[in-house]
Design a protein around this ligand. Structure first.
Ligand code: ADP
Length: 362
């Protein structure tokens, strides 16, 4: 059986944190085996069913089915993302380091006035790297990463979704340091009251209650709980309920990439491809991608890479690999007819206005 509870593998690239992150302390059977002097985090990647059940039983007031679902589907493992994988976004990376990564790795320094935030919002056009940033934060802060969206919370059985929300927060506290990443937070914490149905109202309430509990636990100086953060992403920041919005102490704008960032990303995408683009052609191509998001750039590179194969038609089947021509600027020109920016100028203005009004500076 696949492991049901596994703390994420400690990141291999960055240096070890000064304080070893604490792992799945609730599994008492395992905990007793470790000598208090042993600083190595326990490896819980091979928990058997019985140990998983022991862990679930240790969670008081948590529905076991919901707990299993969280452990199996909501915790993300493998495929780690690092800061260096993300092109540009230096301001966002710095803000995330200060708000989450440093406090998680040095909880001794971040107390009292430096108490870490309980919530941070990443907002901006779709495809700009918000999800990548959240994953990098989890890797770089050696945290357990819980990833949910409105659709993973909606259940056809009344009341089940609230149980799931409760289980999510309880397990996150046990597996601290933990990041609860909520994609499309606008649909969970929406301000719509007229057409809001009973079930989404209940999910929203439960979410807010559990989130507040984190803050009161912080006030009681519970160090583990202070290393649980709700990191949320949205393409529709204006749809978030006003009271909920205020709880995000930091609201970080994730803008469309500048030309320089698009270039870095494109060069990375082309790094292992056979292409003929010289410096001036590359600059020409970058100029043609004004308004493109990171995911638009990925789509463009993928489509451009198909150019040399499309040119072959059926000969593709018999042409040796080393006789396939390199990608040309012309391939990209053709792709650009179909791959257009996902966000228009008007849409962009809306984000900028919202950022001006409600975003955290920096
Ligand atoms: P969002 O959550 O903002 O909608 P994602 O983080 O899911 O966007 O990004 C979607 C895809 O676009 C990523 O998987 C990646 O291929 C590409 N991408 C977006 N932004 C960047 C970036 N800054 N650097 C590298 N790749 C990016």
């Amino acid at each position: 059986r696949a492991a049901a509870v596994s703390a994420p593998k400690p990141a291999s690239k960055p240096p070890a944190p000064p304080i070893p992150p604490k792992r799945v302390s609730a599994v008492s059977a395992k905990k007793e085996e470790q000598s208090p002097a042993d600083p190595t985090p326990l490896d819980y990647s091979n928990l058997n069913e019985e140990q998983t059940d022991t862990f679930i039983e240790s969670l008081r007031g948590v529905d076991p089915t919901a707990a299993k679902q969280i452990l199996n589907e909501i915790i993300v493992r493998g495929d780690e993302v690092y800061w260096d994988d993300i092109a540009g976004l230096e301001a966002a990376k710095n803000s995330l380091k200060e708000t989450v990564v440093y406090p998680f790795l040095r909880p001794d320094l971040f107390s009292g006035l430096r108490e870490p935030a309980r919530g941070m919002l990443l907002f901006g056009p779709p495809g700009t790297g918000k999800t990548m940033l959240a994953r990098a934060v989890a890797t770089e802060s050696h945290s357990t990463f819980f990833s949910i969206s409105a659709s993973s919370l909606t259940s056809k059985y009344l009341g089940e979704s609230e149980k799931l929300v409760r289980a999510l927060f309880q397990i996150a506290k046990k597996l601290a340091p933990a990041i609860i990443f909520v994609d499309e937070i606008d649909s969970i914490l929406s301000s719509r009251s007229d057409n809001e149905n009973e079930s989404s109202r209940r999910i929203k309430n439960e979410f807010l209650i559990q989130w507040s509990d984190l803050s009161s636990a912080t006030a009681n100086h519970d160090e583990d709980v202070s290393r649980v953060l709700v990191l949320a992403a949205t393409n529709l920041p204006w749809a978030i309920d006003e009271a909920a919005r205020r709880r995000f102490v930091r609201r970080q704008y994730i803008p469309l990439p500048e030309a320089e960032t698009r270039k870095v990303q494109l060069l990375r995408l082309l790094a292992r491809q056979n292409h003929s683009l010289g410096a001036s052609e590359l600059d020409e191509l970058i100029a043609m991608t004004d308004g493109f998001s990171g995911s638009d750039m990925t789509a463009l590179a993928r489509d451009g890479a198909m150019g040399p194969l499309r040119a072959l038609g059926d000969k593709l089947l018999s042409t040796p690999r080393d006789l396939i021509r390199p990608m040309l600027l012309e391939d990209f020109r053709l792709s650009l007819r179909f791959i257009r920016p996902s966000v228009g100028k008007e849409g962009l203005k809306e984000y900028e206005e919202w950022a001006e009004k409600f975003g955290s500076s920096g």
